[in-house]
Design a protein around this ligand. Structure first.
Ligand SMILES: [Zn+2]
Ligand SMILES: [Zn+2]
Length: 449
């Protein structure tokens, strides 16, 4: 068997995520912490080494716990892809809210800043012989109770009474207080007798169902489908009058206008309100599925069949045929001159991060092949600077300019560039390479400026 057809060894332990396909699915943040524990390194060390490996996308100065790595934004995509690449565990984006990135406004998905947890769930983990872990549902600010145990989620260690005990330390072992080291699966001595609000329980159930459902998704649910669904609800519930619907939900009319005219996307909190007022499940609403829905009869009003105005939809997200992509990647593996994962992604009109998440093994093979090729040919400093130089060259060409030392210095961080010896020769090689791999621009010899 040739080296190429083997599965390259993963750089980090291939831990299996907990609770996939259930309401108890693990969060990416928890997975990351368990990974650090499994390698006996601090979370800071692990985040630094990931940053180093993916230096173009993660700055080592970032506080990893400040990044919303379990959310639905760009850092969730970067971190899940980086961890998939390093552990060889595919699909780690499903430990985040990313599957809903089209249907939930990125800045409208509030995540809790201080970690919250259910002590009974952590105690259950130990009872069942699992490593305690943080659930993804606990990340959402819309979730304040555990649907399994009917508890209010806790933010405090019952022993030392401190808050923010989840990730304020260099070593985080999910389930134990980072301050006093006590197990968090213990009930506080003074159990609050405060009754759990039915609305809070309903919201937690809705988010839980959403997270269980996302494991089965092949494509990201589309914003346009969800908005069509909302439009139908407005028609059915309020005769097509947005202002009446806005009043019903308790939002400004301009907010609805913003969704349909300015490509706005509802926040999770508003989507939950719509779901509650219209009697439709959150998952059905976000996937645009009203098949099972009938308007609540008491509130049903005369339905006006209005012509729907044409809304300015987002472009339809591309449906990706991953079998086809896999075939293409296989052909890339056989190219006489290896190409980088970034280059492969560029040719497929995808992001490298998507390749790591959905075509993990072949993508890592490509990455290994590229790395071996580079390190055989060039010194480590050049290997490190290479991706920066490639993207700088592309950028310079796209601006119609010639690659000069000055243009490069303006684009590549000094700590990357200064160790590179014979920069102009290296630049020539980078450009020749880009030319050979079919980068559309013509390679222009570097000149000093
Ligand atoms: Zn619980
Ligand atoms: Zn404590």
């Amino acid at each position: 068997m040739s080296r190429l057809t083997m599965n390259p060894r993963s750089a980090l332990h291939a831990l299996k995520p907990y609770g996939q396909g259930t309401v108890e699915v693990e969060s990416l943040l928890s997975y990351f912490c368990r990974l650090a524990v499994s390698h006996s390194v601090s979370t800071l060390t692990l985040s630094r080494s990931i940053a180093q490996r993916f230096s173009r996308e993660i700055s080592p100065d970032y506080d990893w716990h400040e990044r919303k790595i379990s959310g639905c934004g760009d850092s969730a995509l970067t971190w899940s892809a980086a961890l998939s690449a390093l552990t060889s565990v595919e699909g780690l984006d499903r430990l985040t809210f990313l599957p809903w990135s089209e249907a939930i406004a990125q800045n409208g998905l509030s995540l809790v800043s201080k970690g919250q947890f259910c002590p009974d769930c952590l105690a259950d983990d130990v009872t069942h012989g699992r490593t305690p872990y943080f659930r993804l549902a606990w990340e959402s600010a819309e979730v304040s109770v555990c649907t399994k145990h009917g508890n209010r989620l806790s933010q405090r260690c019952s022993c030392c009474q401190r808050e923010n005990i989840r990730h304020s330390a260099a070593y985080v072992v999910p389930g134990w207080c980072t301050h006093c080291g006590e197990f968090l699966g213990q009930k506080p001595e003074l159990v609050t007798t405060e009754a759990i609000d039915a609305a809070a329980l309903w919201k937690a159930r809705q988010v839980g169902e959403l997270l269980a459902f996302q494991f089965t998704l092949n494509d990201v649910p589309r914003r346009s489908d969800m908005l069509l669904c909302i439009k139908e609800l407005i028609t059915e519930m309020d005769g097509g009058q947005s202002s009446a619907f806005a009043r019903r939900i308790g939002i400004a009319k301009s907010t609805i206008h913003h969704w349909f005219k300015d490509n706005g996307t509802p926040t999770l909190s508003v989507t939950l309100k719509i779901a509650a007022h219209c009697g439709v499940g959150l998952t059905d609403l976000l996937t645009g599925n009203l098949n099972k829905w009938t308007a609540p009869t008491i509130e049903r009003q005369q339905v006006l069949l209005l012509q729907h105005p044409t809304a300015a939809w987002h472009p339809t997200p591309r449906t990706i045929d991953w079998n086809e992509i896999e075939k293409q990647l296989q052909t890339f593996l056989l190219l006489p001159t290896p190409i980088s994962v970034l280059e492969a992604a560029r040719r497929l009109n995808l992001e490298a991060r998507q390749l790591y998440l959905r075509a993990n093994r072949t993508t890592r093979q490509l990455g290994e092949r590229w790395k071996t090729y580079l390190s055989r040919r060039y010194a480590a400093t050049v290997v490190r600077a290479w991706p920066y130089l490639e993207s700088a060259c592309r950028e310079i060409w796209s601006e119609g300019k010639t690659v000069t030392r000055r243009e490069i210095v303006a684009r590549v961080p000094a700590d990357i560039l200064s160790p590179v010896a014979h920069l102009l020769d290296v630049l020539k090689e980078v450009q020749t390479h880009l030319h050979n791999v079919g980068c559309i621009e013509t390679a222009i010899p570097a000149t000093s400026a």
